[in-house]
Unconditional design. Structure first.
Length: 482
């Protein structure tokens, strides 16, 4: 018997993956580059920033970035629905590139305010329900940004504005590549379904599942619960403190080891550890364990690291003269362990979790709500972190540690296990009785859980198959008659 080989993947698959990687790398680079740039004396000179304005400038520079991303998340929606996602992504790449050019201009008051129109970009709308593998490209982008900052720091103040213009301007590389790459990407299947091009989409079943959707369905009991969990996932993700570390790495390491060039070096190592940890997660952990154990374990381990860091910094404050102390080394090690735990759990997992909890009918608006909440909470923490650091000092680490403890409770009482579950099984979990939702036991494994929902979904599947068969028969007959 002749062995049949699976067909070779089409080149468009690799092209699409490359475009997604450019988007993920851009996301990471743009997130990580600003923290180092804010430490450059040449940057403060170019924009006439007084030392007393340092905290306010840091909050505005990063906070307005997240506010723009939050606005872009919703402003882009009408364009994607009407004209498709390819055009929307190309338009956002153009806006982003214009924003980067304005960012690199050596000017003062006016452009220092208008320097980030590029934040009204999609923030990679297409990867809002991204797989954990794509989180790896995000961490690579952060790693590159940290080491670019460290490299241009060596140019010294005599380099002038070029010292900060180089790392900021390099954002154009992945931004332009992503925009150009969209010309070779086919339109989204879901958009084709939404505009009635079913034959081109090739997925009539999904169109049947979404037929007749109304916005108020989102506030029905089961769906409202899903929306709350999606928002809670990203609130928890941003409250771990790891996102703040990514944006303000040099500033956090200054609290641990004092001022000096070594903060950028430690930040660069921090980025490398993120990449390695994420790679280990993708290869060994992502599909081998449930979501909830990883999320709860990660939050618990981060809580220990953050609280221990706060205790060491409080007990053994840094001398401030640049001396390397054993307590400083210990706190840096704790932060590195914290970021490893984050990239094993709350870094990559909230994205697929937010996508998996929604049925096909409401997945697109549900995930959009989750992503919008992610940028909202990202803005809140990125804007407030500089002020928290200034007012609390070592207490910043204690705050994040206590929040991590709360996140463990949120995972235990609110989240449901979705790994390896079908859509029908996940729907059944949301319809199970309330007292079966808590603990680590799967509600579907409870012998007393109601069986009616599962039967209802099976009947719906049968009806859906019959409907699709009738549609296909009618389509064939009409084609033959024409």
């Amino acid at each position: 018997m002749e062995e049949t080989r699976p067909p070779r993947p089409h080149w468009r698959i690799y092209w699409f993956a490359l475009v997604l990687c450019c988007g993920g790398a851009l996301f990471g680079y743009d997130s990580g580059v600003i923290g180092g740039v804010l430490t450059f004396q040449t940057f403060t000179t170019s924009f006439s920033i007084h030392p007393s304005q340092k905290t306010h400038t840091s909050a505005i520079a990063v906070g307005i970035q997240q506010a723009g991303a939050f606005a872009g998340c919703f402003l882009i929606w009408p364009i994607t629905n009407r004209h498709g996602r390819r055009l929307a992504m190309g338009l956002c790449s153009l806006i982003f590139s214009v924003g980067v050019i304005l960012e690199t201009i050596d000017s003062h008051s006016l452009l220092s305010i208008l320097r980030r129109p590029g934040n009204l970009r999609t923030r990679h709308w297409r990867v809002c329900n991204r797989h954990p593998d794509l989180h790896l490209t995000y961490t690579v982008g952060i790693l590159v940004s940290y080491w670019v900052d460290y490299g241009v720091k060596g140019l010294g103040d005599e380099a002038g504005a070029r010292q900060w213009q180089i790392p900021v301007g390099l954002q154009l590389v992945p931004g332009v590549l992503m925009g150009v790459g969209m010309f070779g990407v086919r339109e989204s299947v879901r958009w084709l379904l939404g505009v009635g091009r079913e034959a081109e989409a090739g997925l009539e079943e999904e169109m049947d599942a979404r037929d007749g959707f109304r916005v108020w369905e989102l506030v029905e009991a089961g769906n409202l619960k899903r929306m709350g969990i999606a928002g809670g996932l990203f609130l928890a993700q941003q409250s771990t403190g790891s996102t703040a570390l990514a944006y303000f790495g040099p500033q956090f390491f200054e609290l641990l080891v004092g001022d000096g060039d070594r903060t950028l070096l430690l930040t660069g190592i921090f980025g490398a550890i993120k990449v390695v940890a994420c790679l280990v997660f993708v290869v060994f952990l992502s599909d081998r364990f449930g979501r909830r154990p990883l999320l709860a374990g990660g939050a618990g381990f981060m809580a220990v690291c953050m609280i221990a860091t706060a205790a060491v910094v409080k007990t053994y404050p840094q001398p401030g003269d640049g001396t390397v102390t054993s307590s400083g080394i210990a706190t840096v090690a704790l932060i590195y362990l914290d970021i490893i735990a984050y990239n094993f759990s709350w870094g990559p997992l909230p994205w697929p979790c937010a996508s998996e909890i929604f049925p096909t009918r409401i997945r697109e608006p549900g995930v959009a709500f989750g992503v919008g909440s992610q940028w909202l909470f990202n803005f809140v923490w990125s804007f407030s972190t500089p002020y928290i650091q200034e007012s609390l000092g070592w207490g910043t680490f204690l705050l994040f540690g206590l929040l991590d403890v709360v996140i463990v409770g949120f995972t235990y009482f609110c989240l449901k296990e979705t790994a390896g579950k079908s859509l029908e099984e996940i729907n059944g979990m949301f319809d199970a009785r309330p007292d079966a939702e808590h603990g680590w036991k799967d509600p579907l494994d409870d012998a007393t859980a109601p069986q009616v929902p599962a039967e209802r979904y099976q009947d719906a599947q049968i009806d859906n198959v019959e409907s699709v068969s009738k549609r296909r028969t009618a389509h064939v007959e009409s084609t033959g008659q024409s």
